[in-house]
Design a protein around this ligand. Structure first.
Ligand code: CP3
Length: 366
């Protein structure tokens, strides 16, 4: 069902305070519609992004605030998304901790991955303004460009997912080298997660201080762990990280993928919002985690490869499954490179126009 007051043209004229809307959704407060953004919204499916990448390599874009600001703004301008995530990568802190990396076509490659306790002890707990000042500069620039009514999102990897890349050196099915360390040297592995957690907390704190309205932790590879391993390793490190940020009122969003076996535990992380993939039903997750944690997601990125009406339906179905309260509409993982731009726009607009029904209040009134 369309919400007649919210046609996309009205929205694009900034009649809505998108930041206030986003924060209310994170806090499970009443909203007139769901906020919508897309993981990996700045990227290669946009011709405007590809034009910039033809002239500059990926890390150059990340480290040059004028370029990073431009590509961060593109999806807001082109799709009308409600939140602007700063353009960067989850590997940036690895470089700052002393593990330089490059980006190949297949993803990040770390020159000398972590394999020993001695290497781990040498990792630096870096000063975010010194070592990653470009990111803070980009966030400040975005806040200046967008003004007070559009939320800028900061982000980082969760400890387990960053450890996967630091140990493995690159993406690899199942991350066997990282798991080898977990099985053969659990205390060294725990030490690594704790170092990442403390460094990342300072890094996210700096992003909040620079003006980020919320921050997201990406735990993309956490689905590789059993529930016991999650509780023993990844969860305590994530809890430590979130506690150490001292975010106050600033929401923390935790993204986990392929994690239906972990979601009840993830709800104990201290995150205000759980971002989930398409494998789970949002209404079921709501039952599992209760009414106080907001949900983000969870349309299958492949749904955006099909016909436009299907895209719109998928967006409406997702909103219907939560009623729209305590829900930030997003995909269940990053948008795919081959996605037609019109479909990305249709997803955003259909989500913004979807009717919100406060199921909790309705039940309370009965
Ligand atoms: O969401 C956004 O638009 C903000 C920017 C952002 C990027 N990477 C830019 C990027 C964010 C939030 C990320 C997160 C990220 N990076 C994750 C977690 C989320 C996820 O998708 O699982 C992971 C695992 C990475 C590591 C990474 N970076 C990989 C595996 C790759 C290559 C594969 C791919 O999908 O492109 C990257 C490169 C990367 N990061 C690109 C972009 C736009 C493509 C680089 C290019 O222009 O060539």
């Amino acid at each position: 069902m369309m919400n007649p007051q919210l046609d996309p043209m009205t929205l694009s004229r900034e009649t809505v305070n998108r930041k206030a809307l986003f924060l209310r959704a994170c806090r499970c407060e009443p909203v007139e519609r769901v906020p919508v953004w897309i993981m990996r919204q700045a990227g290669r499916y946009l011709p405007e992004y590809r034009a910039i990448r033809q002239k500059h390599n990926f890390l150059e874009v990340c480290k040059t605030p004028e370029l990073a600001i431009e590509v961060s703004l593109q999806p807001h301008r082109i799709l009308g998304v409600d939140a602007v995530i700063v353009f960067s990568d989850i590997l940036i802190p690895a470089g700052a901790m002393g593990l330089p990396f490059e980006l190949s076509d297949k993803g990040p490659v770390i020159e000398s991955p972590l394999r020993t306790a001695a290497q781990i002890r040498e990792l630096s707990s870096f000063d975010p303004e010194e070592e990653t000042g470009f990111l803070m500069k980009t966030i400040r620039g975005l806040v200046r460009e967008l003004g007070p009514n559009v939320p800028v999102l900061g982000f980082a990897a969760a400890p387990w997912t960053l450890a996967c890349y630091m140990i493995e050196g690159h993406g690899k099915d199942g991350f066997p080298a990282a798991k080898t360390m977990l099985y053969s040297d659990p205390s060294v592995f725990r030490d690594l997660l704790e170092r990442i957690a403390r460094a990342t907390a300072r890094y996210l704190r700096a992003q909040i201080d620079a003006g980020a309205a919320a921050v997201q932790l990406f735990d993309t590879w956490v689905g590789e762990l059993t529930l016991d391993q999650y509780r023993e390793f990844a969860l305590p490190a994530t809890q430590l990280l979130i506690e150490e940020i001292g975010a106050g009122d600033t929401p923390v969003i935790l993204y986990t993928k392929a994690s239906s076996h972990l979601l009840a535990a993830a709800a104990e992380s201290g995150a205000n919002v759980l971002s989930v993939d398409w494998r789970v039903d949002l209404a079921t997750v709501r039952e599992l985690v209760g009414p106080r944690i907001a949900l983000q997601g969870n349309v299958d990125p492949c749904a955006l490869l099909g016909p436009e009406e299907g895209v719109r339906q998928a967006a409406r179905d997702a909103v219907e499954s939560t009623g729209g309260i305590g829900h930030i509409l997003n995909l269940g993982h990053g948008i795919l490179q081959q996605t037609p731009v019109e479909n990305a726009r249709a997803f955003v607009q259909a989500g913004q126009a979807a009717a919100v029904i406060d199921k909790v209040r309705m039940e309370g009134a009965r």
